[in-house]
Design a protein around this ligand. Structure first.
Ligand SMILES: O=C(O)CCC(=O)C(=O)O
Length: 321
């Protein structure tokens, strides 16, 4: 199965439609010229953990300022820049940037995918927005400088502490990647990082303990709030039916961490800053949550191509089986 077809199947919601469509209908496709208000920022060194956890519980997102030493960001930024400047990766970026399917109505979150000879995977989520993985020593292709410098960013003490309280399940680091976003990149699609969830988004946000968090680590020294991550705060507790449009922007600069619940509806804003906006992303998810297989080989004769039809009532909620 071709990559495009595979992702289209993976991205269907319970009505058999690309899952961003329901958010587009509810929240719209436009990006406001005026930057929405900002997700709460706290000083990671001075704010009591209980206050940070309260914000995270209420909003589903929080920005931790001064959470990482600048020297760590600088070392990683240098190693990362070396890698993304490689001719093979530059040529993959160029080819993905000029793909004609980026102008068609989207059918899937990932619009294309290529793998380098040494095992890095580059994907496009929208024109000018890329996802590069894996960068760490466990799942990455052992690019020495890259994995050495990303190491201290993977599980900083404050994140480990927070996860100890906010995760509702034994967890592990599942993904270490980066999001290079070129100048003039368009905005990304609305999504929840949990996708449609285990039992459909309604059941997951209401019934399941929190099992997925994402840390975004900005690499730039200059903050441009307008190009940040737009998050519908509170959406980690509400399905599409009653979703309240409380969109806010999470942004930061080198040293900060944007931390959010993977149940939140969110998207990247267009990059109007004139410079690349690069982020590291780290996914922490329940030990049982599987997102890391080679996706393209996954659904062929051994997986369902459509949505199963069964329905089971759980309390007031009904779950498609
Ligand atoms: O590029 C961004 O600001 C958001 C990235 C994103 O949507 C994600 O990490 O799931």
């Amino acid at each position: 199965m071709a990559d495009k077809e595979y992702y289209a199947v993976q991205n269907l919601d319970e009505n058999g439609e690309y899952r961003a469509n329901k958010y587009n209908r509810r929240l719209g496709l436009e990006f406001s010229a005026v930057t929405p208000s900002l997700v709460t920022k706290v000083d990671a060194l001075r704010t009591p953990l209980s206050d940070i956890l309260t914000i995270l519980e209420n909003d589903g997102a929080v920005v931790l300022q001064n959470a990482l030493p600048h020297s760590q960001i600088q070392s990683f930024r240098h190693a990362h820049q070396q890698v993304i400047s490689r001719p093979d990766i530059q040529s993959m970026m160029k080819s993905q940037l000029h793909q004609s399917n980026l102008d068609e109505p989207a059918q899937s979150f990932y619009k294309s995918e290529q793998t380098t000879h040494d095992g890095l995977r580059l994907r496009t989520t929208a024109r000018g927005r890329f996802d590069l993985k894996h960068l760490d020593r466990r799942d990455g292709p052992a690019l020495a400088e890259l994995s050495r410098t990303v190491d201290p960013l993977v599980l900083p003490p404050i994140i480990k502490n927070m996860l100890h309280h906010c995760m509702g399940s034994p967890w592990r680091v599942t993904t270490v990647g980066s999001i290079p976003t070129l100048p003039e990149a368009v905005g990304g699609d609305w999504h929840r990082d949990i996708g449609e969830g285990l039992f459909g988004e309604e059941q997951d946000v209401k019934l399941l303990p929190d099992y997925y968090f994402n840390a975004l680590i900005p690499l730039g020294d200059v903050e441009n709030e307008s190009c940040g991550t737009e998050i519908v705060v509170g959406s980690h507790r509400e399905g599409i039916g009653k979703l309240v449009d409380r969109r806010m922007v999470a942004s930061g600069k080198a040293g900060d961490i944007i931390f959010f619940n993977g149940k939140c509806v969110h998207r990247g804003r267009p990059n109007v800053s004139g410079v690349s906006r690069d982020l590291v992303y780290i996914v922490y998810a329940a030990k049982w949550f599987e997102q890391g297989r080679n996706a393209v080989k996954e659904v062929q004769e051994w997986g369902s191509l459509g949505q199963p039809k069964g329905v089971r009532v759980i309390g007031e909620l009904s779950s498609k089986l």
